[in-house]
Design a protein around this ligand. Structure first.
Ligand code: ATP
Ligand code: MG
Length: 558
């Protein structure tokens, strides 16, 4: 029987058989970010996978920082990552954990391997080490230090640890097999000298463990049962297993690999995203154009949409590229269900209603959502002078009703939630630009269908001139103009879309939008989804980020 609460993927199948065979009693997974940047959409897939598998199987998931490279890591990144995982709505088991919590234990295990004749201190330089390692077709050569006495290696390791050896002069390597077809097993490096203070351990250590020597042992120490990582680590698995077999670890975790999430028009590599930040191509890790969780949050994309998207993705054993339109579909789908509606005019054109008293105000009550009564109503004042969007008006009476469902001179249109009006005449400036449209309303048409003889072309949004709130809108386009900015020989920064940010000042919003709160999503009717940006202040005007436009093309092609 299929259990609908369980994820459908090959890792769940493995978990099922592990539970059935008794290899595993409680499923324990972990999400192991390196704090060298902010999390991006690719990490979200890994987070969802690890946490959801744990939850669905009654297990737990740890959050563990893989903080073994002090030069590139920082507490700022640690804090940002914690905030992002929380924002996605996940709660890890116990405290936040760190690879650096295990430095003492890892060091002891390094000594253990030396004593077992399974590790040695090597004095080849990094380029010599590379050269001795051989190639995919050619076996490696033994380091001249491979058989140095145990006592010498132990002594040198102590000196390395205490900063008595220069960087690059020595490494600790496992003694495995220089002829192995798997290059990872050709005496991999376990420790490197790095005289760099660590953000948690300070200057206590002058050596730091390699990813390979750290990761599996940390998994074992935490009782991780399923250590899920991305495909590029498939060849490291043999080494992962070698350490587990050759060390007195308290548990025997297993590594499983799945395909990285790549999305076209996006770059998902912390290193490259950092480059965009460092070179001021974007205005920070949380720039709303960034594929980081913090950028997407500021853009107005909800955690729910990101999770729904991630859950819709196959967990495959191959890498692939997902169409950005698929992601956008999940963003819209979520916002359509949950975002409050509001009206905002981006390019204001004045519409004066001549048969409505200049000092009359009608407080219209309009629902925040067409089918979510729980979201309530807002008051929208109607007055004789209102703003409509310039592109919602045309003087061209010949425009077909099908093509232009907006206001045309001499014809009718419905103002959203209010009256039907007819455009009667226009005022123009010296350049022939329309500065005002004069119109008349059809009395008694609020909340009522049009009289028999009147057929409004469509519905347009509007705001009262007197009660409108000034605001600024930031519209975003894709950050890259090329679908695969990382392919080819050119640097990915060559494909930056220079028009990815459009700032629209002088927009007019309905009064309810002045009360918009951070993290609250709105649909500006007929335009798109927006959210308040508290970081951008624009002469005290409100600033709204456009999360996404209304039109979804992806779902129509499915
Ligand atoms: P980056 O190249 O962006 O630095 P990374 O893999 O080095 O990515 P880590 O901080 O080491 O980043 O990643 C933490 C976890 O997230 C790892 O288990 C990694 O496999 C997973 N992960 C990272 N990027 C992706 C992605 N694009 N798709 C799925 N999982 C990912
Ligand atoms: Mg990494």
């Amino acid at each position: 029987m299929i259990d609908l609460n369980k994820p459908v993927n090959f890792i769940q199948n493995i978990i099922d058989s592990d539970l059935a065979s008794g290899r595993v009693v409680e499923v324990v997974t972990r999400f192991p970010p390196e704090p060298n940047g902010y999390l991006h959409i690719g990490h979200a897939k890994s987070i969802c996978l690890n946490f959801d598998l744990a939850v669905a199987n009654g297990g737990r998931c740890n959050l563990r920082f893989d903080d073994t490279n002090p030069e590139t890591e920082s507490p700022e990144y640690v804090d940002a990552i914690i905030e992002d995982v929380r924002w996605l709505g996940y709660d890890w088991s116990g405290n936040v954990r760190y690879a650096s919590d295990y430095f003492d234990q890892l060091f002891e295990w390094a000594q253990f391997l030396i004593k077992q004749d399974k590790a040695y201190v090597c004095e080849l330089t990094s380029s010599q080490t590379r050269e001795y390692r051989g190639t995919l077709t050619l076996g490696g050569r033994d380091s001249p230090f491979r058989y140095r006495p145990v006592s010498e290696s132990l002594e040198l390791l102590e000196q390395m640890r205490h900063g008595q050896v220069e960087e690059g002069k020595m490494t600790l390597r496992a003694r495995i097999d220089m002829q192995s077809p798997n290059i990872n097993l050709r005496d991999p490096v376990l420790y490197r000298i790095k005289k760099y203070p660590h953000h948690r351990t300070g200057r206590v250590w002058s050596i730091y463990p390699s990813y390979d020597f750290a990761h599996g042992q940390e998994d074992a120490l935490e009782g991780i049962t399923h250590s899920i990582c991305t495909l590029e680590f498939a060849d490291n698995r043999a080494l992962y297993d070698w350490f587990i077999e050759n060390l007195p670890v308290p548990a025997t975790p297993k590594q499983f690999e799945f395909g990285r999430l790549n999305i076209n028009y996006m770059v998902t590599s912390k290193r490259k995203l950092k480059q965009l930040v460092d070179e001021n191509i974007v205005d920070g890790w949380d720039d709303p154009r960034m594929p980081t969780l913090s950028g997407m949050r500021r853009r107005g994309i909800t955690a729910r949409a990101i999770k729904n998207f991630c859950k819709s993705l196959a967990v495959a054993k191959t890498d692939g590229v997902v169409d950005i339109a698929q992601f956008e579909h999940f963003i819209r789908d979520d916002l359509n269900k949950h975002a409050k509606r509001g009206m905002c005019v981006l390019e204001p054109l004045k519409l004066l209603i001549t048969n409505y008293s200049g000092d009359c105000v009608e407080d219209l009550s309009i629902p925040y959502h067409p089918n979510r009564s729980d979201l309530g109503y807002r008051t929208v004042p109607f007055t004789a002078a209102i703003w409509i969007d310039r592109n919602d008006f045309s003087e061209n009476r010949a425009l077909s009703r099908k093509k232009f469902k907006r206001l045309v001179l001499g014809d009718y249109v419905r103002l959203r939630g209010a009256y039907i009006v007819r455009a009667d005449s226009v005022t123009k400036d010296v350049n022939g630009i329309v500065t005002e449209v004069r119109a008349s309303l059809v009395p008694g048409t609020v909340g009522k269908s049009a009289p028999e003889d009147i057929k409004p072309r469509g519905v347009i949004h509007w705001v009262s001139e007197q009660y409108s709130v000034d605001c600024c809108v930031h519209q975003y386009d894709r950050l890259f103009s090329h679908p695969l900015p990382e392919s080819g020989d050119e640097s990915f920064t060559k494909f930056i879309n220079l028009n990815s940010l459009k700032v629209i000042n002088g927009c007019k919003a309905e009064p309810a939008l002045a009360k918009a709160r951070m993290g609250e999503n709105y649909q500006f009717e007929r335009i798109g989804y927006f959210c308040l940006d508290d970081r951008l202040k624009n002469d005290d005007d409100l600033v709204f980020n456009c999360t996404i436009g209304l039109r979804d093309t992806w779902s129509k092609t499915q």
